[in-house]
Design a protein around this ligand. Sequence first.
Ligand code: ADP
Ligand code: MG
Length: 634
Amino acid sequence: MKRIALLSQRLANQIAAGEVVERPASVVKELLENSVDAGAARIDVEIEQGGSKLIRIRDDGQGINKEDLALALSRHATSKIADLDDLENIASLGFRGEALASISSVSRLLLASRSVDATDSGGWQVEAAGQEMTPTLAPAAHPQGTTVEVRDLFFNTPARKKFLRTENTEFGRIDEVVKRLALSRFELAFSLRHNQRTVHQLQAAQSIQEKQRRIGLVCGPAFLEHAVYIDIEASGLRLWGWVCLPTFSRSQPDLQYFYVNGRVIRDKLVSHAVKQAYRDVLFHGRHPAFVLYLELQPALVDVNVHPTKHEVRFRDQRLVHDFLFRSLHKALADVRPADHMETPAAAVESSIASPDGAGSPVQQVPLGLRLDESTGELYAPPDVPSSFAGSGSAAGRGYAGANIATTGADRGGWRQAATPGAGSLADQSALYQRLSEDAEVPPLGYALAQLHGVYILAQNQHGLIVVDMHAAHERITYEHMKSASDSQSIKAQPLLVPISIAVSQAEAECAEAQANELATLGFEIARVADESVIVRQVPSILARADIEQLVRDVLADVREHGRSERISAYRDELLSTMACHGSVRANRQLSVAEMNALLRDMERTERSGQCNHGRPTWVYQSMSDLDKLFLRGQ
Ligand code: ADP
Ligand code: MG
């Protein structure tokens, strides 16, 4: 029999390193977080050979006291929390006190620092190389702040080292870590170098334009061209950031950044809510792109559920899920034709050019929108300047959706967006005055003709509109059917032969506890034993679905989110199919009156800018765009 012995400190750290230090990118993440926690204003990252040779991170934060330097390398040593109260109100990124200890147990680590309250002139440093933690202190020439140098990662754990991928792959992950952090701390300057080559050089960003410039540098210019800026507050939660219109979707979920109180997270509840919000505007299998920030009281979210702190746990999951879903759903629904036009609001946006004059397509303005919980409407609070309150109500046109600023898709001169204009804000508000007096022509204008039985040509005050009539009609039919079926409650249908289903005890309990919620969805489900339920009634539109599978899915949803979107998801799918069959087919001749009716319907209908598959339903070219095409006035 083997005897029990305490692990050596080094081995214990190496085991902990297994969780925290998976690869070079995880080292970079931990070190960057430490620099942020130290209040740095600028962080410089230097990488060699994908991080396996060298990771050097230097900051200008508050530094570490000479007396604490060695302690910083021991396990469970932290300056960030002292008691349980602190743990429940964490404002720092780190708090577990194990990163430096773990990293130094699997690399050659040098920690040099000079603290803000240092009285001597230089700094101090300690070194450790995968050994017992008895580092020696030596003077070092170091300005205020901290440098951590990690060399030869995994030199003493060859098994780990074997798992490393190519230099480029490992560097790609480091790059991603830096980008994620750069998007969460606009006020910090970052630089990233790999093998002596500068990869990122990001200035501190304060104004919204500077922030958007950073977004463009990190997510690419196309992201910004299709993004809508939102800022919504309700029930103590705030959601702000940039969401891309469904016309810009990705085959990979690679442009999805979500932050909770400044901490980047990947969370099932969050992805579920986002997916739901995009559900019927995104083509199957496509992924939306967004950079979003959720802010709430630290006590309402538990960040101590995972060693890498990627997951969080919300105290009130349902509240958060609903808030995210409703805010995003509404924001996407509210992008209407009027938002994309060269309306006064759009003109104001476009006058706020990027500060560097680099011709970046950034045109959004911060709108500080609020969500009215009783109506689910977004509105601009009174302190938002009226010229920013959108072309909608302010211009007396009654398009509620217009209070979201957007840039649009520019397809080789054709656009769904504001045309970048010139002139000062004062000029623009004069224009705004003038146009609002003379708002006779609706945003999508009046029909002129039908082109090859496929497109409607229309003119508005500013130029030419081309509408894909089938796509537009399909969308409208679908939205109408949805609201018609929303206004009646779900019809239920009793089953001729009730179905009994074996479920887990937790599911059976849920069915019992949520009987009322399930009844509003059209289900009658009774618990008949510890692990068995019987289904007597289902929503009629689903009577022909696989009931057993459906009930399992619904119970799983209700348990996880407190309710099930599945019924409406399924219903929407059905309606969408029906809408497609019921819509005008290409090659049908429409009268001018019919075409105008369709245009008016589009203006009134939520999400009419995209068809049910996320493709645009209309494009627009202003007179000045056309003039440019013909080189008029040049
Ligand atoms: P944690 O971040 O969880 O506290 P770490 O092992 O990452 O644990 O760091 C241990 C301690 O070392 C921190 O609590 C902090 O006091 C100090 N420290 C680490 N990095 C820095 C830095 N860049 N600037 C200032 N202090 C630092
Ligand atoms: Mg840390």
